[in-house]
Design a protein around this ligand. Structure first.
Ligand code: PAF
Length: 288
């Protein structure tokens, strides 16, 4: 069979996932895992394309993980479009889709939890208590189920990426974690499955989040105080029509500890609410 007429195989249970991956391993092929919650967009396609460049076989996962949603969050409303997702993954040349249901991932009597202290409890973790513990649980399971050589995650969820790097190091999970740069609309808005929550009126205002972060990052690089630059960004975000800013913070790019000086590698991160949408974004602080 030529690659052109091979269509994407979807499996829903760990046994079949492992059987397929074992077959590739026997052939000496390398494997990349790209975990997602579906409702795929161009940012996800970029992850798949990067994965294809870095490994012989790409496994995408789709699972809307209930453990990472708080009681008042959007678990029920989270967009689900499995047929469209399948077509996108097929067109991107992904080799295997793992799409388990909740009972397959968390069967009755499931009792284990993972807690990511420190790095998982600040920024988004402070505003979404338990969120990163839920992410850590599902990512650990997916990594142990597939045992890939590499796993790819978008930098749009920058803290998530840092949490996953911590988790993998702490638990000695034998996988390389690859961060992939954020894909943006032409006006700067970071692609996100949650952008569908923005109304037609809100959508043109949303790129102000990215613009404010870029301005803050440039100001910090030029020597402006971190407090003044992040306060100005907060004002800009509110002035643009966001109802509430959860945080705007300049942090060390790797540890996410508060940034001591603009000589350290830094990142400005923010979360803000507009209508039904809670948007997050982050940018690098350019080298001075
Ligand atoms: O970034 C996401 O889509 C999710 O948090 C992830 C990593 C797939 C875990 O559910």
């Amino acid at each position: 069979m030529t690659p052109a007429n091979v269509s994407l195989v979807a499996v829903r249970d760990v046994e079949n996932l492992r059987r397929r991956i074992k077959g590739w391993r026997r052939e000496g092929l390398t494997v990349a895992l790209v975990p997602t919650m579906g409702a795929l967009h161009k940012g996800h396609v970029t992850l798949m394309e990067r994965a294809k460049k870095m490994a012989d076989r790409v496994v995408a996962t789709i699972f809307v993980n209930p453990k990472q949603f708080g009681p008042n969050e959007d678990l029920a409303a989270y967009p689900r479009r499995e047929n469209e997702d399948y077509e996108m993954l097929n067109a991107a040349g992904v080799h295997l889709l793992f799409a388990p249901d909740v009972a397959a991932m968390y069967p009755a009597n499931f009792a284990t939890s993972i807690q990511i202290a420190g790095i998982g409890e600040q920024l988004d973790g402070a505003h979404r208590p338990g969120h990163f513990n839920g992410v850590a649980m599902v990512v650990t399971k997916l990594l142990l189920q597939a045992l890939p050589d590499i796993a790819l995650f978008g930098e749009k969820d920058y803290q998530q990426l840092a949490v996953i790097r911590r988790l993998v190091a702490d638990l000695n999970i034998p996988v390389d974690i690859i961060g992939v740069e954020t894909v943006r609309e032409a006006d700067g808005l970071a692609l996100s499955s949650r952008n569908v929550y923005l109304s037609a009126e809100e959508r043109p205002k949303a790129p102000a989040l990215n613009a404010a972060l870029n301005a803050a990052a440039k100001a910090i690089a030029k020597g402006e105080s971190i407090a003044a630059a992040t306060a100005a960004a907060r004002e800009q975000i509110l002035a643009a029509g966001f109802a509430k800013v959860d945080y705007v913070e300049a942090r060390h790019a790797e540890t996410l500890a508060p940034l001591g000086s603009n000589a350290e590698p830094g990142r400005v991160l923010a979360a803000a609410h507009m209508g039904r949408a809670r948007l997050i974004d982050n940018v690098a602080i350019p080298k001075a």
